[in-house]
Write a protein of this length. Structure first.
Length: 163
């Protein structure tokens, strides 16, 4: 009888510990998701202010070449599109493979491509092991593949990453 009680208590303790770990993991993911959502919202609000006010947009002008105020606004909007896609990937709403496909589509726009080329040095400065750095390298490979492609079938260009 004591053995059964001990076994039942051990099993109950293990189940409780597993449930606590699962709940803790779920709460941590929700906190991370909420934090990323708030960060994304703040980033978008700042971009909107900069798009509305050339004096504020000048603060975000970190390009290696001079860009006109109109081009700066276009680049800020391209940044909003790009970071929105990254956000969806980070919260798990888009796999890395889906992100690649989405980026391949938006890279068909010459302004978005120009923005990504103009901000190449931003991605190059990222720490080599971070997720953002890996995504930056994925964008660089995609841009290179699109530039070197000898086909108009852009939807098949490049090698999507494995998830």
């Amino acid at each position: 009888m004591a053995t059964r009680s001990y076994g039942a208590r051990t099993l109950a303790a293990a189940m409780a510990a597993g449930a606590t770990t699962t709940v803790g993991s779920l709460l941590a993911r929700r906190r991370r998701h909420a934090s990323l959502t708030e960060q994304h919202r703040l980033h978008f609000d700042l971009l909107c202010k900069a798009m509305d006010d050339p004096a504020l947009a000048a603060v975000l002008d970190t390009y290696e070449e001079a860009v006109s105020p109109e081009r700066q606004r276009q680049f800020l909007f391209a940044n909003a599109l790009y970071t929105n896609a990254l956000y969806f990937h980070r919260i798990g709403a888009m796999s890395r493979r889906e992100l690649y496909g989405h980026l391949r589509v938006i890279c068909q726009n010459p302004i978005v491509r120009d923005y990504l080329v103009a901000t190449r040095h931003h991605r190059a400065s990222l720490e080599g092991t971070s997720d953002e750095a890996e995504l930056g390298r994925m964008v660089e490979r995609l841009l290179l593949d699109l530039d070197e492609a000898d086909t108009d079938e852009w939807w098949v260009i490049g090698e999507p990453p494995c998830d």
